[in-house]
Design a protein around this ligand. Structure first.
Ligand code: BTN
Length: 257
């Protein structure tokens, strides 16, 4: 059981998580916050669910998470044109946030996989899904969904990337309240950094991405592209060097070749 008081005491933010919704079960926290009819309009609203019946991952994949053990939550952004215009870089702010929070609290070394996975010892511990609703071509509301494997001890099924959890890596149970507060505190700082020092944020992200400079394969559906992971551009897109040409990659799964 998540203790909201323990979490609240540690929350130092101005706006993220100040409106906090906790639920036992929901289809998906992203879906809930994005649906206007649910009446959530406060910028920075956070919804945490103990169980998602239709948790969503990137590219239409499901996100499975054992109930009551992990963190599956979303942050709603409303009326923030700058963020809406830099939606792709929210991936960088969010994955850096998770990485820095885990390193600060648990002294575990993490690294980042483009665009937004957080890895420990080469295994995935967190995934991020950003979704938005638009009207007349303009984003109106945006949900940043974060799933973190915290206290889950084993994983069944087939995975695109092998999963792990903080508990597996640390050998002990993690206090979810403390972790969520640390994440939201840091998220507010990195969102501010995105607004005031975009290049600095990208630089921080690059320092934690070990694949940079390596030979990689990008898989997007049936299409595979191989080359050197040359850089990321000012929008967070991957620059792939193949046959003396630099190609900008907007989507895809990156793996080391
Ligand atoms: C991925 O790595 O494929 C992204 C996973 C994102 C999962 C989170 S859990 C909270 C939020 N609600 C969802 O339905 N998905 C995101």
């Amino acid at each position: 059981m998540f203790n909201i008081e323990d979490f609240d005491i540690k929350l130092n933010t101005e706006f993220i998580g100040r409106n906090f919704i906790y639920t036992d079960e929901i289809d998906s926290t992203n879906t809930y916050l994005l649906a206007k009819e649910n009446g959530q309009n406060i910028n920075g609203t956070v919804m945490l669910a103990e169980k998602q019946t239709q948790g969503k991952g990137r590219k239409g994949r499901p996100w499975h998470s054992a109930p009551d053990l992990n963190l599956t939550f979303s942050v709603l952004f409303t009326k923030d044109k700058f963020l809406f215009n830099n939606a792709n870089l929210i991936n960088f702010a969010a994955s850096l946030t998770v990485s820095v929070s885990v390193e600060n609290l648990f002294q575990l070394k993490t690294n980042l996989k483009w665009p937004n996975d957080v890895l420990i010892n080469g295994k995935k511990t967190s995934g991020i899904l950003i979704e938005a609703v638009s009207q007349s071509g303009k984003i109106e509301r945006l949900a940043l969904g974060i799933g973190i494997n915290v206290n889950q001890n084993s994983f069944q099924g087939t995975f695109n990337y092998s999963p792990t959890s903080l508990r597996i890596e640390l050998g002990k149970t993690v206090e979810r309240e403390k972790l969520l507060a640390e994440i939201l505190n840091n998220l507010e700082i990195f969102i501010e950094k995105l607004k005031t020092d975009k290049n600095g944020l990208i630089k921080d992200w690059k320092q934690k991405c070990r694949m940079l400079g390596n030979r990689v394969t990008i898989t997007e559906g049936e299409i595979e592209k191989t080359g050197i992971f040359y850089d990321v551009d000012e929008n967070g897109f991957l620059l792939l060097q193949a046959k003396d040409e630099i190609e900008k990659i907007h989507f895809g799964d990156v793996s080391l070749r």
